[in-house]
Design a protein around this ligand. Structure first.
Ligand code: HEM
Length: 434
């Protein structure tokens, strides 16, 4: 990591908070993380994290600052340094493997202008609000199937295992044109990528603690994805269909066919970015309705509040906890001098509980009037699939909530341990149906 290391005059984030924020285990314990972020927003909204294992980075915790940085993607790049928090050793190994690049794949998330827009425009219209709306009836059919199976299964279930994991995956695979028989493989690969350091999800969580082995494990997961999707590219070139895979397989960039590595990277981002994230916020909605029966009653009495419930659940869960940026120029923010080459963590999780934007941020309210959360990011890289994610969640909740007579937790849920994408990984519930 080539981040400049001038730290003498920088306000350092206290070590206890810094360690908590980089530790995957903290992401299984919301209260601890919230304690740190709330302290930081109040006392040190922009501070520098300096720990032995990581290149120094600025920790951006305020909603306004995250927006200010994200909207200037000419001054704060995605491509120059890693877009996710990784340890120094992992970064060195990735660069060794890629011949200098900090990225193992080449997708939208790690591209900058002007290239980023060329790739984004390929699929942007597919994911526009108008375009995703044409899927509503199809999604409703899929959602109804999940709810029917829940009802048939009786009062008790693990909502993550039985609904939240598979419903978004099934929707995505429909859009990508992946056959249903391959969904278990996609689920496994996504979890191995995002929950790589989680002992319940990673391919080899123990090896992830050794940087050289960690890169090899991730490389293997990506290679498995790549091999799978190369087959899809060939099939869609031979026989185009009405799906996103066909758009990617037949895309041209600057007049030439998209290259295999870029095409595979595109599938990987679509297959992965929209799956664990939507699962996490869907399960987050049900978890909070268990905790707040009065909110369930409110939304059942007035289904027009479901759209608000969806946004509140996405804010509350903030499945993508951060993304990183790197400064291209020197920049003053909150009295601190960010230098060109510095690395920054945009903490969406912190920004979404910022007291300056959210009155009473730690209460779950389906009727928040203006919920400008940052869970989808902001600016040029704002989530491409956000309208699809919200539609999926709304349709499922519209099908499920009217059928619920009572809802409660039936054990202690477990939360995923990842500083990148995390949310409930089990949600035992007892649900009586009308
Ligand atoms: C609740 C569900 C979701 C959440 C919380 C979420 C969150 C995010 C976030 C935080 C970003 C990065 C924004 C930034 O760097 O400024 C992002 C980007 C992206 N998301 Fe999502 N996402 C979700 C669902 C989806 C779905 C369903 C899809 C696809 C079907 C998707 C595809 C993408 C893509 C392709 C990008 C890269 C955009 C770019 O860099 O231009 N996401 N998402």
């Amino acid at each position: 990591m080539s981040s400049s290391a001038v730290i003498e005059t920088s306000p350092l984030v206290p070590e206890a908070h810094a360690r908590r924020i980089v530790d995957p285990r903290s992401y299984g314990q919301h209260a601890l993380l919230h304690e740190s972020f709330s302290w930081l927003r109040k006392h040190q909204p922009l501070g520098k994290v300096v720990l032995d294992d990581y290149a120094p980075f600025w920790l951006v915790t305020k909603h306004a600052d995250i927006q200010e940085i994200s909207r200037q993607n000419d001054k704060f790049h995605n491509g120059d340094l890693s877009t996710i928090l990784i340890a120094k050793g992992v970064d060195e190994n990735i660069r060794r493997m890629t011949g200098g690049s900090p990225h193992m794949v080449r997708n939208l998330v790690n591209m900058d202008p002007p290239e980023h827009m060329k790739y984004r425009m390929l699929t942007q219209s597919w994911f526009s609000p108008n375009s995703v709306r044409r899927y509503e009836e199809k999604l409703r059919g899929i959602a109804r199937g999940f709810v029917d199976r829940m009802v048939a299964g009786g009062e008790r279930c693990d909502f993550v295992r039985d609904v939240a994991l598979h419903y978004p995956l099934h929707v995505l695979m429909e859009i990508l044109g992946v056959p249903e028989k391959d969904e278990p493989l996609m689920l496994k690969l996504t979890q191995e990528l995002f929950g790589a350091r989680d002992p319940d999800m990673g391919r080899s969580a123990a090896e992830m603690e050794d940087p050289a082995k960690a890169v090899k494990v991730l490389q293997q997961v990506l290679a498995d994805f790549g091999n799978y999707f190369n087959g899809i590219t060939e099939a869609r070139r031979r026989e185009p269909r009405d799906d996103v895979a066909t758009v990617i397989a037949n895309a041209t960039i600057d007049g030439a066919p998209i290259k295999p590595f870029e095409a595979a990277s595109y599938y990987v981002i679509l297959a992965t970015a929209g799956h664990d994230t939507t699962s996490a916020s869907t399960a987050g909605a049900i978890w909070e309705l268990c905790n707040n029966p009065e909110q369930l009653a409110k939304v059942q009495a007035d289904p027009s509040l479901i759209a608000g419930l969806v946004d509140e659940a996405i804010r509350w869960t903030t499945p993508v906890k951060h993304f990183m940026r790197s400064a291209v120029v020197d920049y003053e923010l909150r009295g601190s001098s960010i230098k060109a080459g510095d690395w920054l963590m945009l903490s969406y999780y912190s920004g979404n509980f910022d007291e300056e934007v959210y009155p009473d941020p730690y209460s779950f309210r389906v009727d928040r009037t203006s919920n400008r959360h940052l869970a989808f990011g902001f600016g040029a890289h704002a989530c491409l699939g956000q309208h699809m994610a919200k539609l999926e969640m709304r349709v499922l909740l519209e099908e499920l909530l009217p059928r619920i007579a009572s809802l409660e937790l039936d054990g202690t849920p477990k939360t995923g341990q990842s500083p990148l994408v995390s949310g409930p990984k089990t949600l035992p519930i007892r649900c009586r149906f009308k």
